[in-house]
Write a protein that binds this ligand. Structure first.
Ligand code: ADP
Ligand code: MG
Length: 828
């Protein structure tokens, strides 16, 4: 109590203080619950469930339930939830963001609201940033839920698990108690189908896996293939990184488009012959191009048809991409060609971005222009943004060490309130003022000097190599890590490097867990080793070692630059000074850093030239520190806008998706679609008699299956077409900003129109397909290998079919179509 009131003197204090009676109530159960047998703990869970079925609400039960979870924590983990963790738990239960500093024990806090809300039986999801942490938390916390009689599941890439309560092994259990915060004891994970993992009371998993399962569930053809069971309550760990940083790119399930590649070469050739100013005009600043009438005429002549007149939006879009590739994208300025591949050059940093592709056909257009192999365009089969995924839950809560600087975004986008929770012990870490240098070179020298001095004392060092993230990923980070390692190796220091690659999470977790050892030097990107806390003296904990490191001053964090967001800086600082440990942090900045160079403004540029001080002497911090913060705010604002923009556009599609997915669920889950189909028939102007006729022809059982298949199939096909059409619209409205029209308004209007058409087409196509349905069984293509006469070379999928139909083999012979069979008979 006293600690709480000492720390906070703001409205938050009042809120936290207001919870004090609840905390006291929770504490009052402790003596009683301590005496419970293992059986009685589980009994209590049953009692809670029954009370919920009667008149009690979750709020009524909360104090007792939290006390019970604490008791289970004490018995299984040897950890007694601190009072501040109880406060965090209450805040989470209320559907808010609990801002709890790194190392305060958010993993354990989450067990409280997870348990309470799971009592409803509707499922609770806990989201972690990667698969490794999902497994770790499930194996670690699974024992708490198990002691209380609840089941725990976990969903990771390509597999699902439940907590294996039958696996009893004292040795392994001890190992888990001591090192559970970084070590996953696999034996407690029992592999199960995903559906079972979702059926557990509490399911851990990543945002990606939860999101993809949602999309996949809306692509299945049998109800038994669905894996999820609704969206009740979700707790998002590291909520800022998931709901903000990762929310910049939507989740997409994609497939490869067929046979579009030829067109890119054809269009590229046509466009190559066009002449600037005569056939087209370019606006470099807007990155826009426009055909003149003359240009269009030339194209129509060469194509043999008029895509503009035909309103063939896909072809006109591709022609435009080809023109952009010619007029706006220059080799060795915008991209390089390496081993036949087009590699993008980052506009602001000048670095090459391997693996990245421009979207919406542009990359293919550039490939065609350079005569490189055109990789197939990928088509979107399903997509959703994290914002819209998480908004589906009845209740959403989050936790992180750093949320306050993004409170506005959480409020605006997710209606999430941020509540800072006081630390368990007072924080004594020292954050030194930034050291600022004129040049990068000077800065680097000073960094190395400082690292050496501190290392010689034996104090452990964590070196952060973040940087400015604009767009998706910070591609330069790994390079920076390697450079730092080289420099330090040259100085005779041994160091561990963490690159934050997804495949390495578990290994990096093990490394970062030891970063607090005496003399350790660890270099990490700001993503690396997340979620694993750094215990002074190393892990397994050793009191002697810890004492030595504490006397040396604890963990010292060095950052080689300021990051793009203040939040990310704070995350890095938070690595040190956990749970009242000593520690310190030092950020280095140079006026040549990306942050300062690109976003620092004119003041920095004039300083650069005006400053006459030597490069390895720090600049007066007061002169620049304001510029640093304002540069960060600029980037934060820029990225917020980008996400907001994405969301505004996605909201249009989201409405469509909601309607279509609801329709799909009806198709998928209703045992009989006859009534629905009759309605559809009526809309299409078909009579019930026509339906009866078809029903007789196919048989009552058969028509049921046909209906289900046709309805789902038509819906999916047209929905996918709609997705790609919407994509094109989105691209084409951008140009209209040009003529003073608001692209978003235009997008909404056109989107609305397209959706109306989609709904009508779905009905029409369903009716049409059911009418045309026949039940003859197609012969299996298994015959195909025998069909190839000896001596002849095998027919490729895309070769013309040997029957002479003029169709590709895969569309004719492989399917052994009726037409194919007929032609083959005639041939003989
Ligand atoms: P966070 O996610 O808040 O950074 P973690 O959940 O990783 O923190 O926990 C940090 C460390 O604190 C872990 O080693 C954990 O075992 C320990 N811890 C958490 N809660 C308690 C507690 N109530 N008592 C003792 N140790 C705890
Ligand atoms: Mg954590």
């Amino acid at each position: 109590m006293s600690i709480l009131s000492k720390i906070f003197g703001d409205p938050n204090e009042k809120f936290v203080k207001g919870l004090q009676p609840v905390i006291e109530k929770i504490n009052s159960f402790e003596l009683e619950f301590e005496k419970f047998s293992a059986e009685q703990l589980k009994e209590k869970t049953k009692e809670f469930k029954e009370r919920l079925l009667k008149n009690d609400t979750l709020e009524d039960i909360l104090p007792e339930a939290f006390a019970l979870v604490r008791e289970a924590g004490k018995r299984t983990l040897n950890q007694r939830h601190f009072d501040v963790q109880m406060i965090g738990g209450i805040v989470l239960h209320q559907g808010k963001i609990a801002e709890m500093k790194t190392g305060e024990g958010k993993t354990l806090s989450a067990t409280l609201p997870a348990y309470l809300n799971a009592l409803s039986g509707l499922g609770v999801h806990v989201v972690t940033v990667n698969d490794y942490l999902a497994k770790r938390d499930m194996v670690w916390m699974g024992q708490v839920y198990d002691a209380l009689g609840l089941s725990t599941g976990c969903i990771v890439n390509e597999s699902g698990y439940v907590y294996d309560a039958n696996y009893k092994n004292d040795e392994k259990d001890k190992e888990r108690d001591i090192m559970g915060n970084f070590k996953v004891v696999q034996d407690y994970l029992k592999p199960v189908p995903r559906k079972e993992a979702y059926a557990a009371d509490i399911t851990y998993g990543t945002n990606n896996e939860f999101g993809f399962d949602y999309l996949r569930d809306n692509m299945v053809y049998g109800q038994n293939q669905e894996v999820q069971r609704g969206f009740n309550f979700v707790i998002v760990d590291e909520v800022d990184s998931i709901l903000i940083d990762e929310a910049r790119v939507p989740l997409i399930i994609s497939g490869e488009a067929e046979e579009a590649t030829e067109k890119y070469y054809q269009f590229s050739k046509i466009i190559a012959s066009l002449i600037s100013k005569e056939d087209y005009v370019v606006d470099e600043k807007m990155k826009a191009v426009n055909f003149t009438d003359e240009g269009q005429n030339k194209i129509v002549e060469k194509l043999g048809f008029d895509p503009w007149l035909d309103n063939d939006i896909i072809t006109t879009h591709q022609l435009e991409s080809a023109l952009k590739a010619k007029a706006l994208f220059l080799k060795d300025r915008d991209y390089v060609v390496k081993n036949g591949e087009i590699l993008i050059i980052d506009e602001s940093t000048g670095r090459i971005l391997p693996g990245r592709r421009w979207s919406a056909g542009l990359h293919q257009a550039v490939e065609a222009k350079e005569g490189a192999v055109v990789k197939p365009e990928s088509i979107t089969m399903a997509t959703i943004t994290f914002q819209n995924y998480f908004r589906m839950y009845k209740k959403l809560a989050g936790m992180t060490g750093t949320a306050l600087t993004s409170a506005e975004e959480f409020d605006k986008v997710y209606k999430l309130e941020v509540v800072p929770i006081p630390t368990n012990k007072p924080m004594i870490r020292r954050d030194f003022a930034d050291k600022i240098f004129k040049t990068e070179q000077g800065k680097l020298k000073a960094i190395v000097k400082e690292i050496k001095e501190i290392h010689e004392k034996g104090q452990p060092l964590l070196i952060g190599t973040g940087g400015v993230e604009i767009g998706e990923h910070n591609v330069g980070a790994i390079e920076k890590n390697m450079r730092m390692k080289e420099i330090l190796n040259r100085e005779g220091m041994v160091c561990s490097v963490l690159n934050g690659r997804d495949t390495e999470n578990e290994k990096e977790g093990q490394i970062i867990a030891q970063a607090g050892k005496k003399g350790a030097v660890t270099i990490a990107t700001n993503m690396a080793g997340r979620g694993v806390d750094i215990i002074l003296g190393g892990n397994p904990p050793d009191l002697e070692e810890a004492k030595i490191v504490k006397e040396l001053g604890g963990l010292h964090v060095v950052s080689i630059e300021r990051n793009g967001a203040r939040r990310v800086d704070n995350q890095l600082r938070g690595r040190s000074g956990r749970q009242g440990d000593p520690g310190s942090t030092q950020f280095f900045v140079s006026l040549e850093d990306d942050l300062m160079r690109i976003f620092g403004g004119d003041r920095i540029k004039s300083l650069m030239t005006a400053l006459k001080i030597p490069e390895d002497e720090p600049v007066q911090a007061g002169m620049v520190s304001g510029s640093i913060e304002s540069a960060q705010e600029k980037i934060e604002g820029f990225n917020f806008d980008a996400r907001h923009h994405l969301l505004e556009y996605d909201d249009v599609l989201n409405k469509h998706r909601e309607i279509i997915y609801k329709k799909r669920k009806e198709f998928l889950e209703s045992p009989d679609l006859k009534e629905k189909v009759l309605e559809i028939f009526a809309k299409a102007g078909l009579s019930p008699e026509e339906y009866d006729k078809k029903e007789k022809e196919l048989g009552a059982e058969n028509i049921k299956q046909v209906e289900k298949f046709v309805c789902l199939r038509v819906l999916d096909t047209l929905w996918q077409e709609h997705l790609s059409y919407i994509d094109h619209i989105r691209d084409s409205v951008r140009l209209r900003a040009y003529s003073g029209r608001d692209p978003l308004v235009e997008y909404k209007n056109e989107g609305h129109k397209a959706f109306g058409q989609l709904l009508a087409t779905i009905d029409a196509d369903i009716a049409d397909n059911i009418l045309k349905a026949g039940m003859q069984v197609h012969q299996k293509p298994a015959l195909q290998s025998h069909a190839v006469e000896s001596g002849k070379k095998e027919i490729g999928r895309n070769d013309p079919c040997t029957c002479g139909s003029g169709k590709k083999y895969k569309k004719c012979g492989m399917l052994n179509t009726e037409e194919h069979q007929k032609l083959m008979r005639e041939k003989k």
